[in-house]
Ligand binder design. Structure first.
Ligand code: HEM
Length: 415
């Protein structure tokens, strides 16, 4: 396709979209819902430019095409927050045989049986965190639970040292949220410093772990993993560790925090979720559909890819907001409502195709444990009227920065 023809195609489908625009998540979803009717496939010239999908089937078809006409690099909405050249992140930005090789190593480590072995440890961690705030009758649910709980989970499955948990949670908090109340520059500077501290930590630890006897945790296995006959370098292991921290933390914390906001306002639904133990897994799936944090992107590698009759040429980037797919009224009646016993249409919160989330069994277990233990220990809660209302954030995963809750104080259990 000539440059002119490409410009004409882009112009014909032009409707700009800013995935980082400072608007509420509900407003973003309303914008995507409007586009689903007006221009289900559109071109946004913002940033480095990308095509924007909105419909469930279009998003699902695109993601299923990995290795057949599309690749996953760069996995960012519009390329704007790419900080210059960098390697492809393992496994999310790898494709083809390299990606298959690494998923063959990772998948068994995150299988349902393997993950179930962590249940007791996770329940204990959950109760330790609840002990930290239950006597106060109030907490910022995000900093005291929604961030540290998945942090502890990632640490456990990776096999990182338990004594480093607090330090890692501190790093994760800065990487995810920057400096609360600070400027964009202050936040970016803090993220840069944290990145360096985490890199220095890993630069010390990786050689120690390489020299130590192997265990059956993810880090041990990755130390010996190979791509194309070559062991992973220290840099690759570091990038993988950053991805695990972000992929495992940002997502689970977002679903937990957004669910806490929802249940604070809908105590009837909170009680309903526990009327019958079988309802918890179903409710978790519905909360995942409704909250859907990540927003993946693909790059077209075939001569062109046809979506709804639009022939999008090689090299174009296509943004696939899973949250929009998961609120497509074609499959979900009253999509903005949380309905625990909806007719089953598998949601796309974990993605689909070759890159479908490695950690989905772990995420489901974490969410179920967290809700069960919070319900057992805290029962009813509400948004604290004396504190600011929750602040949402966008980015590579949509979520909430703070959720101040108030509830009847209870007693500690573990100490
Ligand atoms: C609510 C929780 C979670 C959600 C909604 C979620 C969602 C996703 C999605 C949508 C993808 C695919 C992205 C794409 O196609 O570009 C993905 C990939 C991935 N997730 Fe998750 N995730 C969650 C939890 C976790 C956890 C707990 C871990 C690990 C500790 C994890 C590790 C990963 C990894 C490593 C990938 C890359 C897989 C690949 O590229 O082959 N995720 N996740």
């Amino acid at each position: 396709m000539t440059d002119l023809a490409l410009e004409e195609l882009r112009a014909a489908y032009r409707r700009d979209y800013d995935p980082y625009a400072d608007r509420s998540i509900a407003d973003h979803l309303a914008e995507l819902a409007d586009r689903r009717v007006d221009k289900p496939v559109s071109y946004s010239a913002r940033g480095n430019g990308c095509w924007v999908l909105t419909d469930y089937d279009d998003v699902s078809d695109l993601l299923r095409r990995n290795n057949r006409g599309v690749v996953s690099f760069p996995n960012e909405p519009d390329g704007l927050n790419l900080s210059g050249a960098r390697d492809k992140q393992i496994p999310i930005e790898l494709d083809g045989p390299e990606h298959r090789e690494i998923r063959r190593v990772l998948d068994p480590l995150f299988g349902p049986r393997k993950v179930a072995e962590l249940e007791d440890r996770l329940r204990e961690e959950c109760n330790r965190l609840i002990d930290g705030f239950i006597e106060d009758g109030r907490c910022d649910f995000v900093s005291s639970f929604a961030v540290p709980f998945p942090g502890a989970t990632v640490l456990a499955i990776m096999g990182w040292p338990p004594e480093d948990l607090e330090m890692m949670n501190g790093w994760a908090d800065v990487l995810l949220h920057g400096v609360p109340g600070g400027t964009e520059e202050e936040s970016n500077a803090a993220r840069g410093r944290t990145h360096q501290e985490f890199a220095a930590y890993m630069a010390r630890k990786i050689p120690e772990w390489r020299a130590a006897p192997r265990k059956d945790d993810v880090m041990s296995v990755m130390l010996d993993a190979e791509i194309g006959g070559k062991k992973l370098t220290d840099d690759q292991l570091f990038d993988f560790s950053v991805l695990m921290m972000m992929a495992g933390l940002d997502t689970v914390q977002s679903v937990l925090a957004r669910s806490a906001v929802y249940f604070a306002e809908r105590p009837d639904q909170w009680d309903r979720m526990f009327e019958n133990p079988d309802l918890v897994p179903t409710a978790v799936e519905e909360l995942l559909r409704w909250a859907t944090p990540p927003v993946p992107t693909r790059t077209i590698t075939d001569d062109h890819l046809e979506i709804r009759g639009v022939k999008i040429p090689q090299g174009e980037r296509v943004h696939a907001p899973l949250g929009s797919a998961n609120r497509d009224p074609k499959y979900y009646e009253n999509p903005d409502e949380i309905v625990f016993d909806r007719p089953v249409k598998p949601h796309l919160a974990f993605g689909v195709g070759t890159h479908r989330c490695v950690g989905l069994h772990l995420a489901r277990l974490e969410l179920a444990i967290a809700f069960e233990e919070l319900h057992r220990r805290i029962g009813k809660f509400e948004l604290d009227p004396e504190q600011p209302v929750p602040h949402e954030h966008l980015g590579l995963a949509w979520g909430v920065l703070d959720v101040h809750l108030r509830f009847a104080p209870g007693s500690r259990e573990l100490s």
